[in-house]
Design a protein around this ligand. Sequence first.
Ligand SMILES: Nc1ncnc2c1ncn2[C@@H]1O[C@@H]2COP(=O)(O)O[C@H]2[C@H]1O
Length: 228
Amino acid sequence: MGRLTGIKLFKGLEIDLAPFETRANWRRFDPEEVLVDFDEPSTDVYFLLSGEVRVLMRTASGKEVILHEMKPGDLFGELAALDGVPRSANVTALTRGEACVMPASVFKEMLFSYQPVAERLFCLMASRIRELNARFMEQTVLDLRHRLYSELLRLSTPRQDKSGERVITPPPFHHIVAARIGCRREQITREFTMLSQEGLIERTRGALILRQPDVLKARVAEAFRTDH
Ligand SMILES: Nc1ncnc2c1ncn2[C@@H]1O[C@@H]2COP(=O)(O)O[C@H]2[C@H]1O
């Protein structure tokens, strides 16, 4: 018991989760295991206790578009739990891990019993819509180069020791970046080569370093200003 207390939806809230946990199941998974498949009629909510998963859509020919990646503490499957419509995306494990799988009826009972939990879920859903809006805007207005700059900034975190620099750890595979911004792997490889030559990025064994993130930010802002 008490294993859900680390989930972001509940963290720090004084809630007795035991009555809900006892009505949920625990599922261990392996890399590449499909936890939720696009269009399937299941409605359980998944709370990620350990491991990482990727949310994606796949075309009939197998091309993947990556929507999101999740870490321990995150949740997914809330859309079908709330509206009963088949799954909006595929969720596949990237690593080994474990999830708490809660029936939709139990999840909704919890939301209706505890207002702070419902509020957190609304905020989570709002933040996902905001991110989708930003990406939709980029996809509509920006060319591939500036979409890439924006994505690199989004994926990166400030570098601890060097002021101003940002870092992506581990360095992303080119085909994964391509699947995030909707282009081909070779285009990413070409852009990375140019960015390296300009001294704007550097690839080390464990990371991709953004040497001058402000330059990338300024280029994205300029591209938004001059769109036509
Ligand atoms: N754009 C997105 N960003 C983050 N998570 C998403 C996105 N689209 C779908 N999901 C998650 O993927 C899940 C697939 O099943 P559901 O539609 O039930 O609920 C969905 C969300 O939890």
